[in-house]
Design a protein around this ligand. Structure first.
Ligand code: 5GP
Ligand code: ZN
Length: 117
């Protein structure tokens, strides 16, 4: 059985494994993706373990808003154009989710095709 304590992103929140943190607040942590697909590729995650957005409940409404609002703050803090980035939430294996701790990908720094593959 996979224990919550095995979750790689929970380990990053607890500082048990290293990550290049770029932002944190009371409920949110953001760090550089280990395998970036754009010049800027940041993962924005809740400190609380939620497996995916499909597992979020009405109790998480405020947290979900805080996660989303972190994106332009991070973009601005990192010297990106505050209004020129993409955010993505892969939900479920078929959608490409590989880490089952909710995260928002923030991608910027190159032209991004749409629709994605
Ligand atoms: P997903 O495919 O679940 O939407 O995204 C998971 C992301 O987490 C991937 O882009 C992957 O490169 C990143 N990732 C996986 N393990 C680690 C890690 O240990 N550290 C960091 N910084 N990123 C990770
Ligand atoms: Zn977790």
């Amino acid at each position: 059985m996979k224990l919550l304590s095995d979750c790689i992103f929970c380990k990053i929140v607890r500082r048990e494994i290293p990550a290049q943190l770029v932002y944190e607040d009371d409920q949110v942590v953001a760090f550089r993706d280990i395998n970036p697909v754009a010049p800027t590729h940041i993962l924005i995650i809740p400190r609380e373990h939620i497996a995916s957005v499909a597992e979020a409940t009405p109790d998480h409404q405020g947290l979900l808003g805080q996660l989303l609002l972190a994106a332009p703050k991070i973009a601005e803090k990192m010297g990106l154009e505050k209004d020129n980035f993409r955010i993505v939430i892969n939900t479920g294996a078929d959608a490409g989710q590989t880490v089952f701790h909710l995260h928002i990908h923030l991608l910027a720094g190159r032209a991004l095709a749409w629709p994605p593959g």
